[in-house]
Design a protein around this ligand. Structure first.
Ligand code: SF4
Length: 354
């Protein structure tokens, strides 16, 4: 009840739900600060992860009290629960201001990279047949501040070096909020995450790839391909009916020319579905003339879905075929699988919302 009251009070006063994502000038305006430089001071504290005005010790005590009273909570979401697996992957369930839940994951690797896997939507409308999030349907888009706050919650676990938009939702279907959040992450005076360390992953929403090419945002692009056979892709990924493989290819060639960067295809390997010789040959043919790296990811189990993870032998045979066909690939090992935090495993009941 208290949380709902705070939201209502903010709306009555026309305060934003969060200070994250606002510029120093906007912070000055919404908080009615007397001295313009205080907007920058507060912005700096937010970047450091401050959660209350009390922590902002370069503001006068009187000002801190005034701000605390006028906006008791300036973060719109909170950590509802946290799970960690033996690889060190940590999944957070984040409770949003309207009671809905999204999940985000922190992944660590041996090279010391800490990657924040962020969600862009509550649920997803794309309905990929191999993905748990796809079973939820779409509840709503996330606002940029809600995306930024996921990062800030994960940042309490350690310094983040990389960001991937591979959590819940299709980032291209919420392009404005995602790019606003990216600009915040990249701001040199703030979090200063290099654009080369940020990846947007799409299931193949062609207009989004064109937009990315036009805007030359500088982030990395990953496309979930799964199969290079149109009929099979239609069945596994409904997005293919709107933008079949030929359309996707045209968009990727445009992207490549505009941005001049290698992109990746995510190839989720599903037992006895897309790991045979025909699949390897189609893949080799499809990537001809594309500057692409294939990320091979074994399907991560989800009890409610009818697929199986390929065996090690099956993966070995598939990669041998790719070697013979000179397909460049990297073999990924799933992290976060035991906590349902790996690729395609994120899902929460939608009825947790109002
Ligand atoms: Fe949505 Fe991505 Fe899952 Fe497809 S794979 S249903 S786009 S979250």
């Amino acid at each position: 009840m208290d949380e709902e009251k705070t939201v209502d009070e903010k709306q009555a006063k026309r305060l934003p739900l969060s200070l994250y994502g606002l510029s120093p000038q906007d912070i000055s305006t919404v908080l009615e600060l007397q001295k313009p430089y205080q907007g920058r001071q507060i912005w700096d504290w937010l970047v450091k992860g401050a959660t209350s005005f009390e922590q902002m010790t370069n503001l006068s005590l009187a000002e801190r009290h005034r701000l605390q009273e006028s906006m008791p909570a300036f973060v719109s979401s909170s950590i509802q629960s946290s799970q960690i697996d033996e690889t060190g992957a940590t999944k957070l369930a984040i409770r949003l201001h309207d009671g809905k839940i999204v999940e985000c994951v922190m992944l660590s690797d041996k090279e010391g990279r800490k990657t924040a896997c962020l969600s862009s939507q509550v649920g997803c409308a794309m309905g990929c047949a191999f993905c748990r999030t796809g079973t939820m349907g779409l509840s709503r888009n996330l606002a940029a501040e809600e995306i930024i706050e996921q990062f800030m919650h994960l940042k309490t676990l350690g310094e983040i070096t990389h960001i991937v938009f591979m959590g819940m939702g299709e980032p291209m279907a919420n392009f404005g909020a995602v790019t606003r959040a990216i600009r915040y992450f990249h701001e040199p005076a703030g979090l200063d995450i290099s654009l080369r360390r940020i990846t947007i992953s799409t299931c193949g929403v062609v207009p989004g790839i064109f937009k990315l090419a036009e805007q030359k945002l500088g982030v990395r692009l990953a496309v979930s391909l799964v199969t290079a056979d149109n009929m099979q892709r239609d069945r596994l990924m409904p997005v293919n009916k709107a933008w079949p493989l030929e359309e996707l290819r045209k968009a990727l060639i445009r992207y490549q020319h505009a941005v001049g960067k290698r992109f990746t295809f995510e190839y989720c390997m599903i037992h006895a579905v897309n790991t045979d010789e025909k699949s390897a040959r189609k893949l080799a043919q499809y990537i001809r003339d594309l500057d692409v790296m294939i990320n091979l990811i074994p399907w991560n189990p989800a009890a409610e879905l009818p697929w199986e993870t390929p065996t090690t032998q099956e993966i070995d045979e598939f990669t041998n075929m790719l070697d013979r066909l000179r397909v460049p690939y990297t073999r990924r090992f799933s992290r976060g699988r035991d906590i349902n935090g790996a690729c395609g495993q994120l899902a929460v009941p939608l009825n947790t919302g109002k």
